[in-house]
Design a protein around this ligand. Structure first.
Ligand code: GMT
Length: 375
């Protein structure tokens, strides 16, 4: 099939998932066309079946806000017609679902039918989409999608609660490439971070408020007060400066390492003992799944779709949002009990296999076939 993929090309989970999906489809012989405003971060190697179409947004002195959506729709139309796309798959509803709707209508005037699938990822529904500035467009364009998917049951339910959606939303879970995310022995790297055999706790995010990074630091402090430990913070975003201040005022600087955005996330996962994700909300928590595939148990909140991924007592532990004491207590318990740690590591790894890329990609392929046939 000729498939057009539209996503945010940045480090966010939706862009990562869309890019990994495109790469996997290309490996299976499909022709995949990424339509984005810059090269997606995980699209970092040449593949004969992958094409990248950059959206150019011309500026003009009249424009306080360059019309990105118009440029995106026009690029979509160009790719649909010239690359003979069979379908468009857009990730993150805003603004991709409404731009796909427009592109579909324009393509129809050229006699070309192109269905589009919208995959809902989380904040497009739970934070941004709900805002009344966007809600009518989000509702309309989701309802006009030829198929809609959500990355967890929780996100599906949240969407029905927040928007008058008249169509079926299918759940297709996120997936993990277990060839890439698997535990490797990296003694030198581990020693560089934890020279005296300290335990390593890890958090990966875009440092936005919803991630509750201060909870990570507060929980870590409680752990470090009772055992030697290091905290690795991966990623970057608006809360990072205040988190750095917090670490200084808690006197944690020697034990907390900010490593910024990392392309080789699999190496970082390989040296971690525990992954912390105390978010206010996660539709899924892709980074937690990647940790699990790397044999790293997860301590997360029980918000959103997280309990569908992180099974309490089996793959890690869940606790209420903001319950830093519970998260720290779980961390201390796990890190001081080798049998429990081993049990959770195995459980995490086993659970990650459920979301194996080879299990999930065929679900998308089946959906594509249905949508292309118009059934
Ligand atoms: O978590 C973010 O802020 C990024 C966001 C995105 O859209 O890129 O992630 C969302 O989509 C990911 C991939 O499906 C999910 O794993 C994340 O849980 C989800 N984030 C939220 O729901 C907050």
């Amino acid at each position: 099939m000729n498939i057009g993929i539209v996503c945010y090309p940045t480090y966010g989970g939706s862009g990562v998932l869309a890019t990994e999906l495109g790469k996997a489809l290309a490996d299976k012989g499909h022709m995949v066309h990424f339509i984005t405003y810059q090269q997606p971060v995980r699209l970092n190697a040449f593949h004969a079946n992958i094409f990248y179409h950059e959206v150019q947004v011309p500026t003009y002195p009249l424009f306080d806000f360059p019309p990105y959506e118009s440029a995106l729709s026009s690029t979509m139309v160009d790719v649909i017609l010239n690359q003979k796309l069979d379908l468009l798959h857009v990730h993150y509803a805003i603004p991709h679902a409404s731009t796909a709707y427009l592109a579909k209508q324009i393509a129809a005037t050229h006699g070309k039918r192109v269905p589009f699938i919208t995959t809902l990822h989380g904040t497009d529904i739970t934070l941004v989409g709900k805002d009344k500035t966007y809600e009518p467009v989000v509702t309309f364009s989701i309802n006009e999608s030829d198929a809609i998917t959500a990355v967890s049951n929780n996100l599906r339910e949240e969407t029905y609660k927040s928007f008058p959606i008249t169509k079926d939303i299918e759940v297709i879970y996120n997936f993990v490439d277990t060839q890439r995310f698997r535990r490797r022995d990296m003694p030198q790297f581990r020693k560089a971070i934890a020279p005296n055999g300290e335990k390593i706790l890890l958090h990966v995010s875009n440092f936005r408020k919803v991630k509750r990074v201060p909870d990570v630091v507060n929980a870590f402090k409680k752990v470090r007060d009772v055992m030697p430990a290091k905290l690795l913070l991966v990623g970057d975003g608006p809360d990072r400066p205040s988190i750095e201040c917090m670490c200084r005022s808690l006197n944690l600087c020697d034990d907390v390492r900010f490593v910024g955005k990392q392309e080789q996330l699999e190496d970082v996962m390989s040296i971690a003992d525990l992954f912390l994700l105390p978010s206010d909300y996660e539709s899924f928590g892709l980074a937690a799944l990647e940790a699990m595939a790397s044999h790293v148990p997860v301590l997360s909140s029980n918000a959103g779709g997280l309990p569908e991924i992180n099974i309490d007592g089996e793959t890690g532990f869940t606790s209420n949002v903001g319950d830093v004491d519970a998260m720290a207590k779980h961390a201390i318990e796990v890190l001081s009990n080798p049998a429990l740690l081993e049990h959770l590591r195995e459980g995490a790894y086993k659970q990650a296999q459920r979301f194996h890329i080879d299990n999930i990609i065929p679900e998308y392929e089946k959906l594509y076939e249905r949508v292309v046939q118009g059934v």
